[in-house]
Design a protein around this ligand. Structure first.
Ligand SMILES: C[S@@+](CC[C@H](N)C(=O)[O-])C[C@H]1O[C@@H](n2cnc3c(N)ncnc32)[C@H](O)[C@@H]1O
Ligand code: SF4
Ligand code: SF4
Length: 396
């Protein structure tokens, strides 16, 4: 095994998490600016487009939240993640983001990309948008049929090309929601990523929420998860020029998490991350099942800062996701019962458990990690050697 963890590593990590839960410093705020959408994706976790919302958060209300945040915290340290529905259907979005930028918030957006044109990119630049994540769930035909946007592909590709030229965007990421319909097409999607010249590709698995809940035609089984993880490993080895990411995701074991993500697994929700939903509800991350008991308040009744400081008690308990089985598990201190977004609230158990996924292979994962690290080391050496030759030539 290549990881020489300090013998106190797990205890230190556990103490660090306890402190983070207690201190609850907001670093990431998801703003679900609308639940309206120009697409009707089969997997949509927020079932967007199925209803016309009457209580959508207004420009003035959003500005009120931003002013409140800037008054109580350092805005330069809070990343605003604009999401939806489709954020670009909100008419006054860029007026709001202009205000956010002037207050000093860094900000980014998740978009389906179908509405991105020259005018929109100009506004992104003017309001200093820093990051964007564009969803691509398949090659052209599958993507269009999955998202129910016939003819949308060419607009999406044009939008990506325009955003690649936008000087304020420091990271353009493609996010693929891996599901039963595209798990066999990951190589084809990889080709799309290469053709587009995208260097940041995040794969997430479909969560059993919204329209995906109970849909066996979409939800992955254990074998699919393994194939997805192996695919990420394989591609990382093949092409170090692309940042292949997995997650937010799940606890996979500290060794595998460090190898795959470059860090240990954390579910940030409720102590580092929160969201304001499109009806003004204050919540954890938007992907968590929207149960009434998890809503912490509404910005129409109370200031966001008041809710953040005084609520979220359930989210800030170190054993917030625990049960008898998890508490007695060898990985408890690192995993803490896995992620909030896949917690089964009715059965009080995780819907995802790495030990159940790998079963008897769980302790053999070391071999996979070891193989991966060796290849990465070799690639790094080769890269260094190449650079050395280049520098020598330049000097001559
Ligand atoms: C809710 S969408 C909002 C932004 C935009 N409309 C889009 O599709 O990119 C944000 C991301 O969540 C993903 N998503 C939607 N439903 C999901 C589910 N059931 N499980 C996991 N991710 C999901 C989408 O594919 C997208 O990448
Ligand atoms: S995943 Fe995004 S694009 Fe698809 S329906 Fe939901 S909000 Fe719209
Ligand atoms: S039983 Fe599974 S989900 Fe629970 S702590 Fe252990 S690894 Fe995590």
């Amino acid at each position: 095994m290549n990881f020489n963890f300090d013998p106190n590593f797990v205890d230190n990590l556990y103490e660090f998490k306890k402190k983070a839960y207690k201190e609850h410093k907001l670093c990431s705020l998801f703003f679900e600016v609308t639940s309206r959408c120009n697409a009707r994706c089969e997997h949509c976790g927020s079932s967007c487009g199925d209803f016309i919302p009457k209580d959508e958060i207004t420009k003035e209300e959003m500005i009120g939240v931003l002013d409140d945040l800037a008054e109580h915290y350092d805005p330069t340290r809070i990343m605003l993640n604009i999401t939806g529905g489709e954020p670009l259907v909100k008419k006054d979005l860029f007026e709001i983001m202009d205000h956010a930028n002037k207050l000093g918030f860094p900000w980014g957006m998740t978009t389906n990309g179908f509405l991105v044109d020259e005018k929109v990119v100009k506004k992104m630049e003017e309001t200093n948008m820093k990051t964007v994540s564009v969803s691509i769930d398949g090659p052209k035909e599958l993507h269009e049929s999955f998202r129910k946007v016939p003819g949308g592909w060419d607009k999406l590709v044009k939008g990506i090309k325009l955003m690649q030229k936008c000087p304020t965007i420091i990271d353009l990421q493609v996010t693929t929601c891996v599901n039963k319909k595209n798990i066999d097409l990951l190589e084809d999607i990889y080709q799309v990523i290469l053709d587009l010249g995208v260097d940041d590709w995040r794969l997430i698995e479909v969560d059993p929420i919204g329209r995906a809940k109970g849909n066996d035609e979409l939800l992955l089984d254990g074998n699919d998860y393994k194939r997805m993880l192996e695919f990420i490993f394989k591609k990382r080895k093949e092409n170090p020029n692309i940042r292949f990411k997995y997650g937010c995701g799940h606890f996979l074991g500290n060794d595998l998490d460090i190898a795959l993500m470059g860090q240990c697994y954390f579910c940030f929700t409720g102590y580092w991350a929160a969201s304001v939903l499109s009806n003004g509800d204050v919540f954890g991350c938007p992907d968590i099942e929207r149960r009434p008991e998890l809503i912490q308040g509404n910005i129409r009744d109370r200031k966001f800062s008041d809710i953040w400081e005084n609520e979220f008690k359930l989210y800030r308990k170190i054993d917030r996701t625990s049960n008898k089985k998890c508490k007695s598990c060898d990985d408890w201190k690192s995993c803490l019962g896995d992620a909030f977004h896949t917690w089964d609230w009715d059965e009080n158990k995780p819907n995802f458990c790495v030990r159940e996924l790998f079963k008897e292979d769980y302790d053999k994962r070391d071999a996979l990690v070891e193989k991966y690290l060796k290849t990465m080391e070799r690639l790094r050496k080769e890269e260094k050697a190449k650079k050395g030759v280049k520098n020598k030539k330049n000097k001559l």
